[in-house]
Design a protein around this ligand. Structure first.
Ligand SMILES: [Zn+2]
Length: 176
């Protein structure tokens, strides 16, 4: 089921999220709905607070890329804990809660992320590139932080050219 995505400046996007205490059928249904919602908007990632649920979980699914073994797979990350690795680098970034815009944001090149899966297993992944960037973006959402908070000025936002709004055409203009 597609849920409504909150958009900036909805105050719901600033709510801190509580840890998920138990993986209930409701949580599984929420994760399924979040994939449906994300796919409907051609996004790569979506955090629960973006659909008005203040729980520490997000979903990620990067478009298939032969160079990235984490791409093309569905991930549900519950109660994530992140360590940043590598250098900080400027990366182009967007957000489904601010459709049509993007900006350069400084992110770590890599992350180590521990999280609970829907099956209850606690796992840890090392990621670089787009996956690492998306993890940082989504964890920010769980803390009520938006990518525009990393900008010196909102004037640093730029409109995404309409032909780049579909990630199947151009993975660089991702909305997460
Ligand atoms: Zn976002």
């Amino acid at each position: 089921m597609i849920r409504r995505i909150l958009e900036i400046p909805d105050p719901g996007l600033r709510e801190p999220c509580a840890p998920v205490a138990e993986i209930t059928p409701e949580i599984a249904r929420l994760a399924g709905d979040m994939f449906d919602t994300m796919h409907a908007s051609a996004g790569l990632g979506l955090a629960a607070p973006q659909v008005g649920v203040y729980a520490r979980l997000f979903v990620l699914e990067l478009p298939p890329d032969d160079d990235d073994p984490l791409s093309g797979r569905r991930f549900v990350l519950i109660n994530p804990e992140v360590d940043l690795t590598g250098a900080r680098k400027e990366m182009v970034e967007g957000c489904l809660s601010l459709p049509g815009f993007r900006a350069m944001v400084k992110r770590a090149e890599g992350v180590t992320v521990a999280f609970t899966q829907l099956d209850g297993a606690r796992v840890s992944l090392e990621a670089r590139g787009l996956f690492a960037q998306a993890v940082q973006h989504e964890v920010d959402h769980l803390n009520g932080v938006l990518f525009i908070d990393h900008l010196k000025s909102l004037l640093d936002l730029e409109r995404i050219p309409p032909e780049m709004l579909d990630w199947t055409e151009e993975a660089e203009a991702e909305a997460a």
